[in-house]
Design a protein around this ligand. Structure first.
Ligand SMILES: [Zn+2]
Length: 531
């Protein structure tokens, strides 16, 4: 293992991002995952400025962390105030963490213009705060805020701030690119000077991504000798975000040979990245390096031809190492090989002749032009393949349906709970035709109820199928055509999950098509399709 420390600040700096919100409970769950991922330090928040963060530290005492240590973060003592009297310092103690990180200005410009105190007082603030916390037996880090910008203006003073922290007993100083504006060349020049002036003193790196270089700068700093990396999961953070901890870990381990996490921990990278975005209610970035759903997706026919021969042809690493998977996209760009590769990936073992493959490809292109998209709907894709077989018989067919919707007037104006849909359907199974009716809190719900009622007579096991997610997307009508609607449905039988798609100019029809695919797919998987 390496001595390089991973210091996660998702729960503090990452929370500064627009649209980011995590409850105390969410934060506790993220902390647990970060520990499992193998980071050494988890910065939990800013107890002096935020009641929720203070509560986090109280509840975090109940966590059982395998290897990570919790860190409370806060500013150095205020100018002109005695360290024991500063309420922020008090709240850092109250957090009862083994580690405290102080943030303080490391820029002459910031000291004079922003906090409006003397350079000497700022040095005393750094020194007093760190000394006090060291006397309490804590591990103490010093985040040198605006270090790089300050270094460009007045290098001597910025270095003096670091020296004050180290002389007061800090366990490490962390060089911050607070405004995120550094390019790698300038960052490395400053680091070079720090090493000359401070000898072997341990230093860390904390950068923001305003130049799009946060990960590159972080890796460069590590190569230049940084012993601690501060970053946020998925690159969350203010403005353009912080350095992305996920990319940093993957690059350190797979490209630079730093054994920062175990192979098993590395293989959880995709899961943990998605877990944190789900909790934050933010869509995972499909193009995120290593962990994005598109990171190993191959679309152009030419690439797929290569991938089928040898996976290395268009993949820089094996996706399984980071817990991701390669995907072959079916799209109108695709060649016949994509169809075959996709069938292999989906475990669809239907032998197709060259002629059948060509027909299937044409069918896919035609359906895509109507608004279908099979990348997120593998079950519908499998049905498309099955239906291309001449001997295919569907397990059921919807011959006819009628839907009535009703909204009752209520005195309290609570109309939503009083919407009702009723559906009457005619379903054909083999030679039999069934008429049934169903009710629901909306038209799709009512249709689902009516069709299931009919199918249960023939296929009782269909009762196990439940819808777990329903997404509607409006597709722009291109070239003067009417806008169409794409519906994606996720279903489960308690063991497996599958996704189907429907597209139409009518939302109910699109829903029906996705719903029918879901039931038909399941009946096939359970051998009940061959009637
Ligand atoms: Zn920051």
């Amino acid at each position: 293992m390496t001595n390089l420390q991973l210091y996660d600040t998702t729960l503090r700096d990452g929370m500064q991002m627009e649209g980011m919100s995590l409850s105390v409970e969410d934060k506790l769950q993220v902390a647990q995952k970060l520990d499992e991922l193998g980071v050494q330090f988890i910065e939990g928040g800013f107890p002096g400025s935020n009641v929720r963060d203070a509560e986090f530290f109280v509840r975090a005492r109940g966590l059982t962390l395998k290897s990570a240590q919790l860190v409370a973060f806060g500013g150095t003592r205020r100018a002109g105030l005695h360290v024991e009297e500063d309420p922020n310092i008090r709240s850092l103690l109250d957090a009862q963490t083994p580690v405290v990180t102080f943030v303080g200005k490391a820029s002459a410009f910031q000291v004079q213009t922003i906090i409006e105190t003397s350079p000497e007082e700022n040095l005393a603030m750094i020194r007093d705060s760190i000394r006090f916390m060291k006397d309490q037996g804590k591990t103490v880090f010093f985040d040198a805020e605006h270090f790089f910008d300050g270094f460009l203006d007045d290098p001597a003073y910025s270095i003096q701030c670091l020296a004050s922290a180290l002389n007061a007993g800090a366990d490490g100083v962390v060089l911050c690119d607070t405004n995120g504006g550094m390019v790698t060349r300038d960052l490395l020049r400053a680091i070079d000077c720090v090493k000359q002036r401070l000898g072997g003193a341990p230093f860390g790196i904390h950068v923001h991504d305003d130049t799009g270089l946060a990960v590159a700068n972080t890796l460069a700093a590590v190569e230049a000798g940084a012993s601690q990396v501060q970053a946020c999961i998925n690159g969350y953070g203010e403005r353009c975000g912080n350095a992305n901890m996920i990319s940093v870990i993957a690059n350190l381990k797979l490209k630079l040979g730093y054994d920062v996490v175990s192979d098993e921990q590395l293989a959880r990278l995709t899961e943990i990245s998605h877990f944190v975005s789900e909790l934050a209610n933010l869509n995972p970035n499909p193009q995120a390096p290593y962990v994005g759903i598109s990171a190993f997706a191959h679309k152009a026919g030419y690439h797929v031809a290569g991938i089928v021969k040898n996976e290395r042809a268009y993949q820089h690493v094996d996706p399984e190492r980071v817990g991701n998977a390669k995907r072959v996209l079916v799209s109108d760009l695709s060649g016949q090989r994509n169809i075959i590769a996709k069938m292999q990936e989906q475990g669809v073992n239907i032998p197709l002749t060259g002629e059948e493959t060509r027909h299937l490809l044409e069918k896919v292109k035609m359906m895509e032009s109507r608004g279908y998209q099979y990348d997120g709907a593998e079950a519908s894709f499998e049905l498309l393949v099955r239906r291309s077989q001449p001997e295919y018989t569907p397990p059921f067919e919807l011959e006819d349906f009628m839907i009535v919707e009703r909204r009752r007037h209520t005195k309290n104006g609570d109309a939503e709970s009083d919407m009702m849909g009723e559906a009457v359907v005619k379903v054909r199974v083999g030679a039999a035709v069934l008429h049934t009716a169903g009710e629901g809190n909306g038209p799709v719900n009512a249709l689902d109820a009516a069709v299931r009622k009919a199918l249960l007579e023939f296929y009782p096991s269909v009762a196990a199928v439940k819808l777990t997610d329903y997404k509607v997307r409006i597709l722009d009508g291109a070239g003067g055509t009417a806008a169409s609607v794409r519906v994606l449905i996720e279903s489960t039988d308690g063991t497996h999950i599958w996704r189907t798609v429907g597209s139409s100019t009518d939302v109910i029809e699109a829903s029906w098509l996705a719903l029918a695919d879901s039931l038909e797919y399941w009946l096939h998987k359970h051998g009940e399709g061959a009637m």
